[in-house]
Write a protein that binds this ligand. Structure first.
Ligand code: FPP
Length: 241
């Protein structure tokens, strides 16, 4: 057995910044939302590939705290797409053993969407094959600010002592508190930046920036990227060899 295979973890966490939907649509002379719909179909395909690859946690960046700056039509179209995606996919996700969670601030999302999100989390709460986390109205800085606020409330109420605040304590206040840190972060569309995504959690993640636009990112390419990840040596700041 190759060395890379021997060291494979059975429960990888892969996080994806799904970028390039707009350009993909524009190249075809279509509106940007056409690209987002094609992007949504990719999510299902990538999710299906996870169990065989040992990817137990898949976290996807669907809408950032900065995406509200887009046109009202695009924002409304995306929100409608998220509602329809949940309505359409809920049973399938449940039957496939997928546990779905949402991270991000729900306060600004519309009631109907939040209620669908709650229902889907509840429906899939007992599943354990793949844990799909959808980041919706998510931004890392916003998450850390919200976490710090709750932490400060606990200190003020005497539930937490300031001297007990450390790198083990803070993650308990993050939206991702029940998830392991990502092992691999993938960004599509040729952009090499992390855009406020899982900043704390990805301190020791490996990064892969691929040129493919998200709606073209196939399960085959996903397998290739994960296989490349397995060949990397992760040292977490230590010296090996
Ligand atoms: C970035 O591409 C993509 C988004 C802001 C939205 C991501 C949403 C989806 C893939 C829809 C499906 C998600 C779910 C959970 C069903 P962009 O619009 O910034 O592309 P561009 O950089 O080419 O303009």
């Amino acid at each position: 057995m190759a060395e890379a295979e021997e060291t494979r973890q059975p429960s990888l966490h892969v996080a994806i910044i799904m970028d390039g939907n707009g350009r993909w649509a524009q190249k075809r002379g279509k509106p940007r939302l056409f690209g987002h719909h094609a992007g949504a179909r990719r999510v299902s395909e990538i999710l299906e590939a996870c169990p065989d690859l040992g990817v137990k946690y898949l976290t996807i960046f669907a809408f950032s705290t900065e995406n509200w700056k887009r046109t009202q039509a695009e924002v409304a179209g995306l929100m409608s797409l998220f509602r329809r995606y949940i309505e359409k996919e809920a049973r399938k996700l449940f039957k496939r053993g997928v546990r779905v969670r949402f991270i991000g601030d729900r306060v600004r999302l519309d009631e109907k969407l939040v209620s669908l999100m709650d229902d889907l989390e509840l429906l899939t709460a007992e599943n354990d094959l793949v844990h799909l986390t959808i980041a919706l109205n998510y931004g890392s800085r916003d998450e850390v600010a919200r976490a710090t606020k709750r932490l400060a409330e606990d200190v003020a109420a005497g539930r937490l002592r300031p001297q007990d605040v450390d790198v083990e304590t803070l993650p308990h206040y993050l939206d991702t508190c029940v998830l392991p840190d990502p092992d691999l972060v993938i960004r599509t569309s040729g952009e090499a930046r992390i855009s406020n995504f899982l900043l704390w959690q990805s301190a020791y993640a490996e990064y892969e920036f691929v040129d493919t636009l998200w709606p073209d990112f196939s399960a085959g390419e996903f397998v290739e990227v994960v296989n490349r990840f397995h060949l990397r040596e992760r040292r977490y700041g230590a010296v090996t060899g």
